[in-house]
Every structure is written in C-alpha cells, then in structure tokens.
Ligand binder design. Sequence first.
Ligand code: DP6
Length: 320
Amino acid sequence: MRAEAQAQPNIALIKYWGKRDIEQNLPAVSSLSVTLDSLWTKMAVEFSADLAADELVVNDEQSADMLPRISACLDRVTGEGRMRASVTSECNFPIAAGLASSASAFAALVVAASKAAGFQHDTLSLARLAGAASGSAARSLYGGFVELAADDNDIDLISIADADSWPLHVVVAVTQAGRKPVGSSEAMMRSASSSPFYSSWVEQQASDLATARDAVMEKDFSKLAAVSEHNCLKMHSVMWASRPPIVYWNSATLSCMETIRALQKAGRAVFFTIDAGPQLKAVCLPDEVDTVSSALDACKGVERTMVSGLGAGARLLESR
Ligand code: DP6
C-alpha cells in the first residue's frame, strides 16, 4: 500500500500554452520537450484505512495549498471510494517558480499512487492521468526528447529520441526563486480569451513542431535553436498582449537573454527558452556548459545556476 517514485522536470522547446478542454485539462496545442536528469522530485504515497483525510508533506513541511490538486489526481488514478493517502514529497529545486516542479511532481505521483493502489497502468495511461493534473506533467513520464500530440479527444505521447542519442545540456539561470504571480492555468485562459495573437499561436504550432522534430532527428542544433527561441518568444508575445498583460520576465531574464545572444555571436552552440516564470533555461551542446554557466552566473540578478543533462522518464523507486 506504499510506493515511492521519482520523476524529473521537462523543459518544453515547443510550448504547450492554451487548453482545448478545461474540464479534462486537454492542451490546445501539441508540444515537444526534453526531460532533465539532475533535478528531481520524489513522491511517496501510502494509502491507509486509518487516515481521515489526505495529507501532504513537501520537503518536510505540511503543504495545504497543493493538497486539493494532489487529492483530485489520486481520485483519478484509483477511482472514487479510495482510502485516504499520506503523500510525502521531496524536491531538489525551487517549487512553483516556472521550473516545471508540478510536471515532475504529478509524474512521480501517478507512478507511486498507481503502484500503491495495486494497479498496472501502462506508461501512456499514467501520462494521461498526470496530464489531467498538469498538462506538462504528461511529458515527464517519458525520457529524452518527448512529443505530446494534442488530438481531438485525448493526448498521445512518444519519446522521439533517447536522452543519450543527443546529449544536450540545460543550464537554468534562477533569477527569482519565489512563487509565480499568476498560475499557468489562469494565464492560459486569459491568453485564450483576450490575446489578439492567440489564434495565430494555435494555427502555427504544427509547423513549429514539425521543424523541431526534424531538427532533433537530424541533430541540427541551429535549426532547433531558431525554432525553439521563436516558439518561446511567440508564446510570451501572446501573454504580453493579453488583458491584463501577463509578464513573467524580470530585468535579469532580459540580461540573461542578452548574454545568450552575445554567446551566439561568438559562435557558441546555445539557445534560450523561458516558461511561466522569470528563469531562463539555456540549452547547449555539452562542450559549452562551462562557458554558458559562467556567463549566466555573471549576469546581474542571477541568484544561481543549475546544470542538467537529459534523462529518463518517471520511475518507481520502491514499493511494499
Ligand atoms: C509555459 O503544465 O503548468 O511551461 O496544465 O495548467 O497545469 P497546467 O499547465 P502547465 O503549463 C506549462 C506551460 C509552460 C510550457 C510547457 O511546459 O509546455
């Protein structure tokens, strides 16, 4: 009745932004991401007839605010009428700051909960369960380069290339580790209802995705860099043009972007991407990691940098 699982966050190069179905949390667009290896979330789930209510402890502290989403996710994994659960989470990077902590959390949660409840869900079913809790979480069930196809009625996922087939690295520049001002669900709905650019965003996604997929298959770094930066800036343009505007960047985010541009001018194989938070993620070839990390560390306003290679999908650690 107890199981523990681990998952790593994933960083989207072609972004999920917008929902086709809010109730079922189905994305309006397909996306493509890389799963990381050195940042992780561990989730232990124990169902018990002795508990009167679900409990959640995150990094040794009771956490009431995430509990309703965790309970709803457990309900979906096991069905109604389940025993209450004690959920313990450990995470080695800042939570809810645009670093995909909910992706790794829900990916690890569904794996642990399914096992603890005695189910044998396959990976796609687990990904769909995680995606119903947080769209990006579905991708963390898979490793390496992951494509999420948003079809009419559900999502499909496939790892299009292994983590070691193209050992890209990600350097995360943390510019502000606090919680984000607007959650992504709310921000997506505001974008869809008020941004004049939203419909073009949705229309152009298939073409960006196809370009990125080809770039991964061909290991064409410049092609992947160009389409990823374009897709990221387009998503943020949709947000900036929403009413009221959604601006996740701070001045350090911009300094980091300038630093990446300077490195690119100097011939370095690196590009940036930014999610629903002020952190910048630099994607680079392995040889560039030291140069990119020192350059971002030296940017005004950068609190710290974290480096990760690409890794595997969510997995079970132990069960009893
Ligand atoms: C900008 O997966 O956090 O990181 O489904 O509402 O929980 P919900 O959204 P979430 O959104 C992630 C948005 C993004 C882009 C991406 O990861 O694809």
